[in-house]
Design a protein around this ligand. Structure first.
Ligand code: COA
Length: 261
């Protein structure tokens, strides 16, 4: 699997690190990066050897410094809407990815970079990471999901403040507001992210997939409808060999050997 703007590396246990690789532009997202991310996550989705993904940025300065601003000057109402829809569709693919995705945020995560991290299932930040939705500085609004995912994750009050002021927040502040799950020293970011991913991929893969699906539904459904879907997904999990193996392993006081079926 080779891409001009991504590096894909395989690690023990089926863990995959996807690195956005445009360091001279602080990994800004142009059309090629979006196409590559789309193709990469599509391929990894059906790749039985891939159990989960850590997504990060190359270099020591940026995760992703936003959509590529060089593309902005020619945008019109129509092309702008299509531009936002394209980014949203790629980020939806990541959010709906059936295996865990951890954003290892290694520097600036601004605009589309912050939105990309928001579409991942878990965010771990290095101490030097900075987050922000600076679109208002350019006379636009977040277009890759920021106005929808940020308030769901940090609450509306903080999201309004971040989007209307365009101000950056530090990694420590990002942790305080629930934007990231954990902050770690810069040189430990990748190892901590891989370790967290390894914890998740050691669990039953169907249980992880169905948990992600149930959690995703919580964004869209009422509590009543969400509980109906949760019960259905619980039933689906109960029809697996993994349940029998997990319960037997507990009762026999041994580690489970999940087969993912
Ligand atoms: N799109 C295109 N190029 C970008 C970019 C973006 N979103 N962000 C940074 N770059 C480019 C810069 O133009 C510069 O290119 P150059 O070396 O050819 O001049 C290079 O990346 C390095 O950035 P620079 O601004 O020199 O680094 P800095 O350390 O002074 O500042 C930032 C870093 C992230 C604060 C600053 O680059 C920035 O504000 N970027 C834009 C962030 C943004 O508004 N994103 C949302 C877009 S909707």
């Amino acid at each position: 699997m080779t891409f001009s703007t991504l590096e894909v590396t395989r690690h023990d246990g089926g863990l995959v690190v996807v690195t956005i690789n445009r360091p001279k532009s602080l990994n800004a997202l142009n059309e090629t990066v979006l196409d590559d991310l789309d193709a990469c996550f599509t391929a990894l989705s059906s790749d039985a050897m891939a159990k989960g993904v850590v997504l990060t940025g190359s270099g020591d300065k940026a995760f992703v410094a936003g959509a590529d601003i060089t593309q902005f000057t020619s945008l019109t109402r129509e092309s702008g809407q299509a531009f936002a829809e394209r980014g949203q569709s790629v980020f939806n693919r990541i959010e709906n990815f059936p295996k865990p995705v951890i954003a290892a945020v290694n520097g600036f995560a601004l605009g589309g970079g912050c939105e990309l991290a928001l579409a991942c299932h878990i965010r771990i930040a290095s101490e030097s990471a900075r987050f922000g939705q600076p679109e208002v500085n350019l006379g636009i609004i977040p277009g890759y999901g920021g106005s929808q995912r940020l308030p769901r994750i940090v609450g509306k009050g903080i999201a309004v403040e971040m989007i209307l002021t365009g101000e950056m927040v530090s990694a420590a502040r990002a942790y305080e507001i629930g934007l990231v799950n954990q902050v770690v020293p810069d040189d430990e970011l990748l190892s901590v992210s891989l370790a967290k991913l390894g914890v998740i991929t050691s669990k039953g893969p169907i249980a992880v997939k169905l948990s992600l699906k149930a959690l995703r539904l919580a964004d869209d459904l009422s509590l009543t409808d969400g509980l109906v879907r949760e019960a259905e997904l619980f039933g689906e999990a109960c029809a697996t060999e993994d349940l029998k193996e997990g319960a037997a392993a507990f009762l026999e006081k041994r580690a489970p050997n999940f087969k993912g079926r």
